[in-house]
Write a protein that binds this ligand. Sequence first.
Ligand code: PLZ
Length: 450
Amino acid sequence: MTDVLTGPETVPQQRRLVTEVPGPRSRELAARRAAAVTSAVGSVLPVYVQRAGGGVVVDVDGNSFIDLGSGIAVTSVGHAAPEVVAAAQAQVAAFTHTCFMVGPYEGYVAVCEELARLTPGDHEKRSALFNSGAEAVENAVKVARHATGRQAVVVFDHAYHGRTNLTMALTAKNMPYKHRFGPFAGEVFRMPMSYPFRDAPGMTGEQAAARAIGLIESQVGADNVAAVLIEPIQGEGGFVVPAPGFLPALADWSRRSGAVFVADEVQTGFCRTGSWFASEHEQVVPDLVTTAKGIAGGLPLAGLTGRAELLDACHTGGLGGTYGGNPVACAAALATIRTMREQDLAGAARAIEAAVLPRLQALQERTGAIGDVRGRGAMLAVELVRPGTTEPDAGLTTRIAKACHAEGVIVLTAGTFGNVLRLLPPLVIGPELLGEALDVLDAAVAEHAG
Ligand code: PLZ
């Protein structure tokens, strides 16, 4: 059992339940919350967090949970990663905010230099920094429209791009993201995704791309498309990995048609899938890339990176925001990127895939309720169905997730049909801890899916 240093305290890397879940202090906080926090914001866990380190989250009653969620793919370098903590602390002490649009500083520039180095392609790039993934996506659309003089944005079934008005329009799923929140932004066109588990058997990526492209050309018109926006592996939509060839064919079509190809790497980026960016697995070089989540080890930061001629097409002052590229978040990002390089966390993600995928496949052998096992790196999932069919079983998915939480393992669900159980461990999680978490998942599946 290795311990992870977080400030003055250490968080033992172990699963340990010392009260019922939720314990009395969490129940007390839940009651205070009910009277003060809107019920429109939900939480996955019934417990309240006191501290966290590495791959473990400790609640206010002293229960330790193994984290297979990373705060939705954010704490890839681990909770309270020592280098990130030190960098953020030093920056807080130096200055917390000037607004880059008022008084610029080196951290912002250095993060943009790293984004140019790390994102796919060796063309000249520029970046702008924001606070959230949704904001980065909004700005990708602004840039694509401004640079092309076109308006239409093509997105895909099962897509998730955020909760602002424009990004709700880009997001596919009604509940909970869009229901009664319209009217939505216009000029958004949704196309069929390549979804191997649910497409006709044997449909290739090229065929799935031809299906989408045919619809774009007939319903939108190639000359009207400002941007084709896609997650290289869909996140909230259920870790849908398109068939090989789908992404390259869409990127090629975009280039030929004068549309900007935008990869939303908010969830897949920064080593999550076993390389810096998921686009790399198919040698796709996007015109624009959006990043957030894993970039800054838990501090809010997002980036829009892409071809210099696109980003620089906008008039000066056209992009920005009070907090975008906050100096503390930038310091955290630089430490996060350094840690990812030094510890080869892309390699760690591949090792996680090598350890977890066979176990999920073995689980699939044992139960007819697992229709599909998929994902890449440390972004892995099972899709739960009624045995012998592809009919989604959201109820079973929730029961298994809740059983894991009750036993001290944080897992998340996803999917348009709510029937995907997804694993997003911190990339620094130790093999023993990971193995123990999978034992808990095994037992939960055995109990609820038989
Ligand atoms: N693009 C691909 O995954 C955020 C959303 C959780 P923000 N995904 C988690 C929820 O229910 O709100 C996400 C994403 C992709 C964009 C976003 C949006 O990123 O930082 O949440 O705005």
